[in-house]
Design a protein around this ligand. Structure first.
Ligand code: BTN
Length: 268
């Protein structure tokens, strides 16, 4: 295991400020395919809300849009949480947004760094991706289960990323943070996730959306957005209450984009 020691689950629990996240069950794995897959299996077997599945290494870490999430041993945080939302699961894109805010806040709390958020859920430092979130919804309206997966590059060195990612990915250490404790980062993050998820479950999203917007410098700028096969070019106006991106296209029409990604900023 490189750079940092193994995560110690007793120390994790001792320093948690949460009442549910990381309190109900913890599945700590040295190696696995994908923590999202393990968490899903646990959820199918009845694992309660807040169950945490965390791995030191993932051989098949998954990203959004079918991508691979590079998960070298011991140098990042790779975990998934089981959620059993009580409010309408159609609000589930908001969970992706609230997770982005929570990750940004935990990084701010643990380091001096201030990440930006790129819709829907990329965390960027100095324009490079440092963390990502994969939210997957299973079950039906009577018994929805959400697996919230978070990957953060903590100590990953540039040469540890595959060549194709070396220009676009970074880590907290790579962006200038010193002596980052993965344990403290995880404790802070579980606290912020539980806070925002609790408010979400109470039907409150205004403060979370404001916190999200404050960290999204792309609002007001022109960009290209890929949504399915379509590329939309226009000015990013906002995210709406449902987490959709609002873009004024070249014809002056406001498009509401449910899923996709911002592929590039366009300078005027
Ligand atoms: C993305 O930005 O594309 C999302 C990346 C999500 C990666 C995390 S690592 C823990 C969890 N398990 C996975 O297989 N993926 C998520």
């Amino acid at each position: 295991m490189s750079r940092s020691r193994f995560l110690d689950m007793d120390s994790l629990e001792n320093g948690l400020t949460t009442t549910v996240f990381g309190r109900t069950e913890i599945d700590y794995l040295l190696t696995t395919g994908s923590t999202n897959d393990v968490a899903r299996e646990q959820a199918e077997k009845g694992a309660p809300e807040g169950t945490l599945v965390i791995a030191e290494y993932q051989s098949r870490g998954r990203g959004r849009l079918g991508r691979f999430w590079h998960s070298p041993p011991g140098s990042g945080l790779y975990f998934s949480i089981v959620l059993r939302p009580r409010i309408d699961p159609t609000f589930f894109p908001r969970i992706t947004l609230l997770a982005g805010v929570a990750v940004a806040e935990a990084i701010e709390e643990t380091t001096a760094l201030q990440p930006h958020i790129k819709w829907p859920n990329d965390l960027l430092l100095q324009g490079k991706k440092v963390a990502g979130i994969l939210t997957e919804l299973y079950g039906d309206i009577t018994s929805p289960r959400i697996i919230l997966g978070v990957g953060i590059n903590v100590h990953t060195r540039p040469e540890d990323f595959p060549p194709a990612l070396q220009q676009s990915a970074t880590s907290l250490t790579g962006a200038g943070a010193h002596n980052v404790s993965r344990l403290k980062l995880l404790q802070a993050l579980l606290g912020r996730l539980e806070h925002w998820y609790g408010r979400h479950e109470q039907g409150e999203s205004t403060a979370m959306l404001e916190a999200w917007r404050r960290r999204c410098p792309m609002i007001g700028r022109r960009a290209a957005i890929l949504s399915g096969p379509a590329e939309i070019v226009g000015k990013i106006i906002d995210v709406d209450d449902d987490g959709c991106l609002l873009v004024e296209d070249e014809a002056g029409q406001v498009q509401r984009i449910l899923s996709g990604e911002i592929t590039r900023a366009i300078t005027p």
